[in-house]
Design a protein around this ligand. Structure first.
Ligand code: CA
Length: 386
């Protein structure tokens, strides 16, 4: 399905009457996920998009059942996620985290400007927007040793997720200039994180349970074709030192996306107050590494891509850590600087009943409706179970 104004367009209906995707197997349009369409490759995606635009010139002429009102649709995960790689490509985020966690050392590790530092995440716990987030338990070190406890430092990470379209062959790296042809589109992504669990478990192999309990994504994948007019050089155009040739991309590779983090506490909800904006940031002015570089790097050893693989950008934080950061860890500077909310409440990390909403788009500001909306990804914290 495709979102169109206040409706959901059922591609299976349009394909059935010959309006969309002529020559493509009908099963592609009857699947619960987009993966079969992703596997068609750029020519297939573009043909469907072109046909759809033509069909929607006169939506009144479409048959019954082709359009379903958006508010009557139950939205699900757009793709069956294959492998999930989460990056750490935000310059200000990586710098802030280094300053908070290792105040006596250089903020960036020696590898950081040479490769897009990443780890393999848990695809099975990628959930659609609106899924409740159960406060996870994990080992946290106390004065008398570790305890298995609900996290007291539940955080968010504002990210943009890139969805792989057509896969690649095992043993053959994807050259950076071909990487964009393997990417179908983007989603908003919240990489929920348990900072106290992370602090004890992450050395030397990286995060495990602190990140794997849930990752929320938006319901709609916005195609790279739709975002193409908004490609800019941004921070990635000023990489110094220049990366190795397999990571070098001279063309603009970041989207001029404006993103925001909003929070609604249980008390705000009870009082009828909507989510408050905690942070606003520019993707292009925050990210040092681009999605095409992530793909070139992830396949440099011959690892293969599959349709539906997901690359998280890493937390998107701008230079102002009080107003542009994509995590509470930074906004509260390691819980040393509580964030004040409009109703007088404060937060360092998330409490049960809090709802976090991430939003984003291109071509406008918060004052003007964006030309391309990424929609939103929302999640509400519910108490630890068991
Ligand atoms: Ca992350």
């Amino acid at each position: 399905v495709v979102a169109f104004e206040d409706d959901v367009v059922d591609l299976a209906v349009l394909h059935g009457i010959g309006l969309v995707g002529d020559g493509i197997d009908p099963a592609v349009f009857c699947s619960p996920h987009l993966n079969a369409l992703l596997a068609q490759g750029p020519e297939g995606w573009r043909a469907v998009r072109r046909d759809l635009r033509r069909a929607l010139l006169d939506p009144g002429a479409l048959p019954a059942g082709a359009l379903v009102p958006l508010d009557q649709a139950r939205l699900a995960l757009p793709v069956a996620v294959g492998d999930f790689v989460d990056g750490y490509g935000g310059l200000h985020h990586a710098t802030n985290m280094g300053r908070i966690l290792r105040p006596d050392g250089p903020p960036l590790q020696p590898n950081w400007r040479h490769l897009p530092v990443s780890y393999h995440g848990r695809a099975a716990t990628v959930v659609p927007s609106g899924t409740p987030i159960v406060r996870p338990r994990g080992q946290v070190m106390g004065e008398d040793g570790p305890h298995l406890v609900p996290t007291a430092r539940l955080d968010i990470e504002l990210e943009v997720g890139c969805v792989v379209g057509v896969g690649s062959e095992l043993g053959r790296p994807v050259p950076i200039d071909a990487a964009a042809d393997h990417l179908f589109g983007v989603v908003l992504l919240n990489d929920w994180s348990a900072r106290d669990v992370q602090a004890f478990e992450y050395q030397p192999l990286g995060p495990f349970l602190a990140k794997s309990f849930a990752t929320s994504v938006s319901h709609w994948v916005v195609t790279l074709d739709a975002l193409e007019p908004y490609l800019v050089g941004g921070l990635a155009a000023a990489q110094e030192p220049a990366p190795l040739p397999y990571l070098r991309r001279l063309q603009p590779a970041l989207w001029d996306l404006q993103l925001e983090v909003c929070l609604q506490t249980a008390a705000m909800r009870a009082a009828g107050q909507g989510p408050a904006v905690l942070s606003r940031t520019s993707f292009a002015e925050s990210m040092y590494w681009s999605a095409v570089q992530q793909v070139a790097h992830a396949t440099a050893n011959g690892a293969a891509l599959r349709p539906g693989d997901l690359f998280g950008s890493g937390t998107v934080s701008g230079p102002d850590d009080r107003h542009q950061a994509g995590s509470l860890m930074e906004l509260s500077w390691g819980a040393s600087r509580p964030v004040e909310l409009p109703n007088g409440e404060t937060r360092t990390f998330l409490e049960d009943g809090d709802t976090v909403v991430l939003r984003g788009g291109c071509g406008g500001t918060d004052q003007v409706a964006p030309t391309v909306a990424l929609g939103e990804v929302a999640g509400t914290i519910v108490p630890a179970q068991g």
